[in-house]
Write a protein that binds this ligand. Structure first.
Ligand code: MN
Length: 373
């Protein structure tokens, strides 16, 4: 408990933001070890003993995961060597009644938009099985949302093995189950969403006018650049590289020219894209050997068609960069439950050095607009 004691004695007071969230020592003691460990780390970076005020900006979180009993057997990534940490993640993924709500209440999260955790059926080879599993997962989620429509909403899980089946399931999920869009865990059997085979899906997405959250999934292969470094072949870097590339494939494939109404959500502070807009424009024009009109630049396409969330990046510097790059209407709060600590994420966004008007947009306003909540 060394970190905790340091914290209790006032380390990091200079970093107290204007909107600290209350943590008590007792709370830390009673939380599970995984959460307590993450919590202590989070606190040691940001909040001091005097951080007692309870900030309560309305908060909607969009990258919050669950699994079903059947999907849980085979389709849940394990981003830790620690059995203890994974056991905590595992029990939280299948819970809708207790831990999830307690954690949301404690952090002041009003609404969580839930999605099947990675890889889900994006990791399934067989199309028929994928169709059945997605229907079951969406039906299960719909029942949980129906029990608590003020606390939970849903993103559809889609059988991306077959674009027409995915389109049909999205329509069912949106029109019959009331879901707010879809979340797709990366590539499926080596196929990325810019490929022609997915045109029927994008057509339906545009017709339904709902966002698609492009979330990391399993990499289709294990490139030489990660050889001997399994730590790079996961969320530390590989997932970011893959998801960023996936997003850029859509940009450069002309998907948004064909479907000008599409909105894609990226997590993890935009998977590095906001940081690189200038370079995308500069190098793309060099490659083409011509100057592009402003609205045809990669940066313009990204700004028009992408919104991002803060999931898994509780750091005010990239937040400021993302807001500067994409605009204050394109960045939304999220946690990435149960892989990230909810209290740390909430404390981060409540204390981030942004105006109250921007905080309100980030915490709930933009999500309400994009998801029509
Ligand atoms: Mn996630």
């Amino acid at each position: 408990m060394e970190l905790l004691d340091n914290q209790t004695h006032g380390g990091g007071d200079d970093m107290i933001g204007p909107h600290p969230v209350d943590f008590s020592r007792r709370d830390l003691m009673t939380m599970g070890p995984a959460i307590a460990a993450a919590q202590v780390l989070g606190m040691s970076q940001g909040l001091g003993e005097e951080a007692k005020a309870t900030a309560r900006t309305r908060k909607i979180a969009l990258e919050e995961h669950f699994t079903t009993p059947e999907l849980g057997k085979k389709f849940v990534a394990k981003p830790t060597k620690s059995e203890k940490l994974f056991a905590d993640i595992d029990r939280r993924l299948i819970d809708f009644e207790q831990l999830r709500l307690e954690t949301m209440d404690k952090a002041g999260i009003d609404l969580a938009v839930l999605s099947v955790t990675t890889p889900g059926v994006q990791g399934e080879k067989d199309t028929k099985t994928a169709i059945r599993l997605t229907r079951d997962a969406n039906d299960l989620l719909a029942r949980e949302v129906q029990k608590r429509p003020r606390r939970y909403a849903g993103f559809a899980h889609l059988p991306t093995q077959d674009a027409s089946a995915a389109a049909a399931e999205l329509e069912r999920a949106v029109q019959q189950l009331g879901f707010k869009g879809a979340l797709i865990n990366g590539q499926t059997n080596g196929h990325y969403l810019d490929e022609d085979m997915y045109l029927p899906l994008w057509e339906r997405v545009q017709d339904l006018d709902v966002p698609v959250y492009l979330h990391p999934g399993e990499l289709p292969d294990h490139p030489a650049m990660f050889a001997g470094h399994p730590e790079l072949d996961g969320p530390i870097w590989g997932w970011t590289a893959d998801t960023g590339a996936h997003a850029l494939r859509l940009v450069f494939a002309g998907t948004f020219k064909r479907f000008p109404k599409l909105k894609i959500i990226l997590g993890h502070m935009g998977e590095t894209l906001p940081y690189l807009l200038w370079r995308f424009d500069s190098r793309w024009q060099l490659e083409l050997g011509e100057d592009l009109p402003r609205d045809a630049l990669p940066s313009a396409i990204i700004k028009r068609h992408f919104v991002i969330t803060t999931s898994g990046v509780c750091d005010p510097n990239p937040l400021a960069g993302a807001i500067a790059a994409l605009g204050e209407d394109s960045v939304m709060f999220s946690v990435d439950y149960p892989y990230e600590d909810t209290q740390t994420a909430a404390a981060f966004i409540e204390s981030a050095p942004i105006s109250e008007a921007v905080r309100a947009k980030v915490c709930h306003g933009t999500a309400e607009r994009i998801l029509r909540l």
